[in-house]
Design a protein around this ligand. Structure first.
Ligand SMILES: [Cu+2]
Length: 322
């Protein structure tokens, strides 16, 4: 009995080691694609934003080892009971039905495990809620079955982002069902606040590489955020079953340099300096006039703006955009 227990322990320890090695080994071997799913990949998509790093840590370092150890432990117990206590090996069964010590243990240990998980779980949850001061805001509106994006800071009115048809996606060498004809474009390294809502039914704004998944609910504005760490194209999908074309309303976020972003905003008829002017005006009062003049000067209205220095940046910027 004693030796079989000992053997069981050794076997369990070995199995844990093998399982962990296999798990981490597969993770290390797989060269997962950035910003999109990897064929035959089993790990989470690589992180390209802080929240995803936190989520991957929670999954890989906290949850997976606990899940693996518990699964192997319970499976080991089952095997032990089957082998040791079947009718043949144990013809005279024990008659007791309770064991206070072991009941206290199997109540307390799971409680402690859950508390341990909760510490990290809440930390992750708080990270999602504690958005750093955003550098820009994008409003994402879910429709049956496409997304609309709007940049209020930059005075870019809503534009529609549809899925790229199969022939166009294949011709362009981009993933069909993930690529969009008009991506959401954001500057690299800037904190983007995404205001998420919907116009008809519930959708969900989800993008794995940034760790995003926020319900888009009609009549309600939800908020999420990300700070893209490197330039590139990142794909997500509507993740709330929303009707017959639910699978055909992808989310494509293109992360570019600040200069490219400014050029893109200008190409959309927006005001690339809109946010900078507003932020400056909010931050320090004396720069209000400067910001107003600068914004107007871009459009060659410097004379009018100069004689009306009391004007705040916002109206001047709005005038400049017209
Ligand atoms: Cu949807």
């Amino acid at each position: 009995m004693k030796s079989s227990l000992q053997g069981m322990r050794t076997w369990a320890a070995g199995a844990v080691a093998v399982a962990m090695t296999a798990f981490w080994g597969v993770q290390a071997l797989a060269q997962d694609l950035m910003g999109q799913p990897t064929p035959k990949g089993i790990a989470l998509q690589p992180a390209a934003a802080p929240l995803k790093h936190d989520a991957i840590f929670f999954h890989d370092v906290i949850l997976m080892p606990i899940i693996t150890i518990i699964t192997l432990f319970v499976a080991g117990l089952l095997v032990w009971v089957i082998v040791r206590y079947n009718a043949r090996s144990n013809p005279v069964p024990a008659k007791f039905s309770h064991n206070t010590t072991i009941e206290v243990i199997w109540t307390l240990v799971p409680v402690l495990i859950l508390v341990f998980i909760a510490i990290f779980s809440f930390r992750l949850l708080f990270n999602y809620n504690d958005m750093p001061r955003p550098d820009l805001t994008v409003k994402a509106v879910g429709y049956q079955w496409y997304w609309g994006y709007e940049y209020p800071d930059h005075e870019v009115g809503e534009f529609i982002s549809n899925m790229l048809p199969r022939d166009e996606a294949e011709a362009a060498g981009v993933p069909y069902l993930l690529a969009a004809n008009q991506p959401m474009v954001v500057p690299v390294g800037k904190t983007v606040r995404v205001l998420v809502t919907a116009a008809d039914v519930i959708h969900s704004f989800a993008l794995p590489a940034f760790g995003l998944k926020t319900d888009a609910i009609p009549g309600r504005v939800n908020e999420t955020w990300f700070t893209a760490e490197k330039e590139g194209v990142y794909y997500g999908q509507c993740s709330e079953l929303c009707g017959v074309d639910h699978a055909f309303m992808p989310i494509e976020i293109r992360v570019v340099s600040q200069a490219e972003f400014d050029a893109w905003v200008a190409s959309k008829g927006g005001n690339p300096a809109g946010l900078a002017a507003t932020t400056e005006a909010e931050a320090t009062a004396p720069t209000i006039d400067e910001a107003g003049v600068d914004a107007a000067a871009v459009e060659g209205e410097s004379d009018e703006a100069a004689v009306a220095p009391q004007e705040t940046a916002a109206p001047a910027a709005a005038a400049a955009a017209n």
